[in-house]
Design a protein around this ligand. Structure first.
Ligand code: ADP
Length: 455
């Protein structure tokens, strides 16, 4: 089998793989165990200038080639065009986006620099798989350097309708770069349709035919085991004892403006004010570690949440009960799994999300004898598969409140029935299956759109 070259913005230190393996590393674990592979991308460190030669390492049959980013490139490529322009636009948030010509220039520069650093390491029969919105232009840059290998691309985030996407300066250049890609994977059929529409209207009908939907999954068994093993661990026991028999609702998200956190907090407040019978009967634990804290929009969000949590707790709390517990520190993954298993309700209400893995993790973590209820945004990719969830409009706090009320009163047999339908999908469409399906499309076993539908 040919070597698989995984290209991602961020490649974790191979020495720390086990401990802090990122989501992508977990998703690709199976594929990487079976064949020769190389990871290529940013080391996560900055230096005065972007490196031209990557630092190489090897663990078993997997090679790593990682580059430090120059300060200027970090600012314009990563913080600028990737995080302040592409991230909001791809999540339908034109109003939050910030555009600056220097950011676009930095984005082009880094995509070209990555291609130039990777090209000399490539073998003629490698399969190259590029991940996510940071690297939209890289396939084109590789082609410009004469690379003839198969190149696949997967977008982990949503793709908005054409009218939104074209609000991005240089949207046309981003679309044109897709001519260089052999298989373009999206999370949902809606995202695939949006991208096809944008490509066709800009004269790239050929690329549009290579777009398919490949919804990503999790290691369902691994997460379920993690959750059940935690049941007797200290942190989980402490949380259980502290609830004193009350139901737990849980939210787990990076602190990001796409996650719908203000509306979710307001929704929980509305549950308590509109349905007073739940007062004192439910505790909402929101874990939301700060991310991208150096971007202004993220700091403003944090202030807003501090205030709204404080207001609701101030209004509703009793001497022996505070409705909301809010943690902005990181919580270890096994502990989170144990918390999810204990929860009666999982609240996953992003305003837009490519997939949302937390929704699938919540389902995997449940106790099959007494599963909890998932309250899920209809605008998360996961909503396409998780039809056993209570689907809500995440912009509407009253809708969230009504779903929480239904979830609190849901009889055990309905909880079980809804959960079993979701669990079957989470167990069937795992990360390993996602990976196999995309690679089958890229490596020419089936045509891309068909392979996407086959699941
Ligand atoms: P995103 O990629 O936008 O952060 P996802 O829900 O798709 O959203 O993936 C987030 C991943 O990070 C999940 O695996 C989740 O368990 C993990 N995660 C999210 N929030 C936390 C947290 N507070 N502490 C630890 N892990 C978290």
């Amino acid at each position: 089998m040919s070597r698989l070259v995984i290209v991602a913005n961020r490649v974790p230190d191979p020495k720390e793989q086990g401990a802090v393996a990122g989501g992508l590393a977990v998703a690709l674990k199976d594929a990487l165990a079976k064949r020769d592979a190389m990871w290529f991308g940013w080391s996560g460190k900055t230096a005065p200038e972007t490196a031209t030669t990557p630092v190489e390492a090897r663990v078993g049959q997997t090679a790593y080639a990682r580059l430090d980013l120059g300060q200027d490139d970090y600012r314009h490529y990563y913080q600028g065009f990737s995080n302040a322009a592409l991230w909001p636009v791809l999540h339908y948030r034109l109003g939050v986006a910030r555009f600056d010509r220097l950011d676009w220039i930095g984005y082009q520069r880094v995509n070209a620099a990555f291609a130039a650093a990777l090209a000399p390491l490539l073998r003629p029969d490698d399969t190259i798989w590029i991940h996510d919105f940071h690297l939209f232009l890289m396939a084109k840059e590789l082609r410009a350097l004469g690379c003839k290998q198969r190149i696949g691309f997967f977008l982990h985030v949503p793709f908005p309708p054409r009218a939104v996407f074209t609000g991005l300066p240089h949207a046309h250049d981003v679309l044109a770069a897709m001519d260089a890609i052999d298989a373009i994977g999206m999370q949902t059929e809606d995202d695939a349709e949006n991208l096809r529409g944008a490509l066709i209207s800009h004269g790239h009908a050929g690329a549009a035919m290579r777009v398919g939907a490949f919804p990503i999954g999790i290691d369902a068994t691994g997460f379920a085991n993690l959750a059940s093993r935690q049941a007797t661990q200290k942190e989980v026991t402490r949380l259980r004892d502290s609830l004193a028999g009350r139901s737990l609702a849980i939210g787990v998200d990076r602190l990001d403006y796409t996650k719908g956190l203000p509306q979710r907090i307001a929704g929980f407040g509305a549950l308590l004010s509109r349905f007073p019978k739940h007062r004192g009967k439910i505790t909402f634990l929101q874990v939301a570690p700060v991310s991208r804290g150096d971007v202004a929009q993220y700091r403003a969000l944090r202030r807003e949440l501090d205030e709204s949590v404080g207001r609701i707790n101030g209004q509703m709390a009793e001497p022996d009960w505070a409705p909301i517990r809010y943690i902005t520190r990181a919580v270890a993954r096994p502990t989170l799994a144990g918390f999810m298993r204990m929860a009666r309700i999982g609240i996953v209400t992003p305003l837009r999300d490519g997939m949302n893995l937390v929704a699938k993790e919540f389902v995997a973590a449940q106790d099959a004898d007494d599963p909890g209820v998932l309250v899920l945004s209809r605008f998360a990719g996961a909503a396409q598969e998780m039809e056993g969830a209570l689907l809500v409009n995440p912009l509407d706090p009253d809708d969230i409140a009504e779903a929480l009320d239904v979830a609190m009163d849901m009889p055990a047999d309905e909880r079980l029935d809804r959960w079993a339908r979701m669990a079957a999908i989470v167990r069937a469409n795992t990360a390993a299956v996602w990976c196999r399906r995309f690679l089958a499309a890229l490596e020419g076993v089936e045509d891309v759109a068909e392979a996407g539908r086959a699941g």
